[in-house]
Design a protein. Structure first.
Length: 89
């Protein structure tokens, strides 16, 4: 393999690992919001995932948001909104 392709392959491998982490974080968050809480802002897993991936690309702390929502418990709509505000800025 030519040596000039090695950095390129490393770049793609790192990008895939980052994508997997984003998807895992968003998958966990969307499972809670859509399936467990039936949060009306996201009518489907797909809409939640699209919004989540976009928000994370903009700098949102999805893992922190998930922890905040889990700590709030009972699928409290106001607590979910506060967590979204706190971790999406």
């Amino acid at each position: 393999m030519p040596h000039n392709l090695v950095p390129l392959l490393f770049f793609f491998a790192a990008g895939c690992a980052a994508d997997e982490e984003v998807n895992a974080n968003c998958d966990a968050l969307c499972t809670v919001l859509v399936q467990e809480c039936a949060y009306t802002a996201y009518p489907s897993l797909d809409s939640c995932m699209q919004g989540c991936v976009y928000n994370q690309a903009q700098g949102a702390d999805v893992a922190g948001q998930l922890e905040c929502i889990e700590d709030a418990g009972e699928c409290d709509t106001f607590a979910i909104a506060e967590c979204e505000h706190a971790y999406n800025d």
